[in-house]
Design a binder for this molecule. Structure first.
Ligand code: AMP
Length: 405
């Protein structure tokens, strides 16, 4: 990423422009977890878009909302309907929301003609053309709604080149494409990490796989002063350094890549912190756990969390941080016996006076489980999108807002 170019250059935001009275087609991410009985288990994704919806309603806009839910792969799978979300949205807004059982065609046209000022369309992924970025499908959506403006407030899906995220905004002239308030918050928060971050800048990366995060790891090396590596991926790095990680989740193919990252960090003078001890077990279902130095993992054991000496080491490394970014848990935190490392990391970050940003599905779950969400500067709603921005890549959904067509 060019350090002189900000993430928001060339984007128009709804709160900085005159959009009064417009018919707005708003792409959001309402992909909430729902149980078999149709109960929404976590409505944070709905709540996170309320500032945009309320802003548009206050500006007397007609708001037509488009979202996906799950991966129905072009089929009408009833458990992936957005109908329960319409009810929740209505409750949160204290206002009637008209739900339409389709996102194109006559039903949409007549709903848009009604007096309702807020309408939620059915799961856009009920059409396979969505994932295919099909331009004709995007045209059908536009023709059905006949919107004045397009608003993208779905940061978490903006890394996907899908019809409602990419082809659709390009059908609008540049002046009619906007980003919503959530998108603005995401981009401004990420910008503080990527463009002249306050130093020392500590990046913490964990989770399952080096392969998922290698792009972000490499790009972060050009920005951070310290790199903390935890989770399963630490074992690939430890093997790259010549240790034996037993049955731990090691990506053998990525050992050379891990070596590259370590030598690049050394060249740049970036301090890398790896676990010095870990919690081992014969399997993740075992309770009888032991703590060993990373040099002493038996062949028939795997490492499933960082140990107490590592927690102390990581805490020292974070002590003088002015900027912290964290993606990926330190261990299998879903299991209580392997959760201490991740939950300790949450506390360390919450207690820090640094500017702190947490991103990625599992990482924010850990923060919320600890009830520390209010003591983190920003929790991103994106997983893949968050990582892709950290990789220094432009997201297709954002590129489409900036396009000069
Ligand atoms: P990611 O989506 O890559 O951030 O990975 C998150 C997953 O990594 C979580 O489900 C954790 O259980 C898993 N994980 C973290 N540490 C380990 C480990 N040491 N061994 C196996 N899985 C792990």
């Amino acid at each position: 990423m060019n350090k002189n170019v900000t993430l928001i250059d060339g984007i128009k935001f709804i709160d900085e422009n005159n959009i009064r009275g417009a018919k707005a087609l708003v792409r959001v991410d309402f992909n909430v977890p729902i149980d078999e009985t149709g109960q929404i288990l976590d409505d944070r994704r709905v709540r996170s878009v309320l500032p945009t919806i309320n802003y548009l309603l206050d500006e007397k806009c007609k708001v037509v909302i488009l979202s996906h839910m799950g991966r129905p792969k072009g089929k009408r799978i009833p458990t992936m309907s957005l109908a329960p979300v319409a009810k929740r949205l209505s409750r949160l807004l204290e206002k009637d929301v008209l739900f339409v059982e389709d996102c194109i065609g006559e039903k949409v046209k007549s709903a848009v003609r009604s007096n309702y000022d807020i309408i939620l369309l059915e799961n856009v992924r009920y059409y396979a053309q969505e994932n295919e970025n099909n331009v004709d499908f995007a045209k059908q959506i536009k023709e059905s709604v006949e919107p004045d403006i397009y608003v993208n407030d779905a940061f978490a899906v903006s890394h996907r080149k899908h019809a409602s995220v990419y082809a659709l905004p390009l059908l609008f002239e540049k002046a009619k494409r906007y980003a919503g308030n959530l998108m603005k918050k995401e981009l401004l928060s990420l910008e503080r990490l990527l463009i002249n971050p306050q130093k020392p800048f500590v990046a913490i990366v964990g989770g399952a796989k080096v392969s998922d995060k290698i792009g972000a790891l490499k790009n972060i090396l050009s920005l951070c002063d310290k790199l903390i590596i935890g989770g399963a991926m630490a074992f690939t790095f430890l093997e790259a350094m010549g240790y034996k990680a037993g049955k731990s989740l090691v990506e053998k193919d990525f050992i050379p890549v891990a070596k590259d990252v370590l030598s690049e960090a050394a060249k740049r003078g970036i301090k890398v912190y790896l676990p010095v001890d870990c919690i081992i077990a014969k399997s993740i279902d075992e309770d009888g756990i032991r703590v060993v130095p990373v040099q002493e993992i038996p062949d028939d054991y795997g490492g499933y969390d960082i140990g107490p000496a590592t927690i102390a080491l990581f805490s020292e490394a974070l002590a003088d941080a002015k900027t912290i970014v964290w993606n990926g848990p330190m261990g299998v935190f879903e299991k209580p016996q392997f959760s201490k490392g991740t939950f300790s990391m949450v506390s360390m970050i919450a207690n820090s006076t640094a500017y702190t940003v947490v991103g990625g599905g599992d990482t924010d779950v850990a923060v919320i489980k600890m009830g520390e969400q209010h003591r983190i500067s920003y929790i991103s709603t994106g997983g893949g999108a968050f990582l892709q921005v950290l990789e220094g890549k432009e997201l297709p959904g954002i590129e489409a807002l900036k396009d000069t067509n």
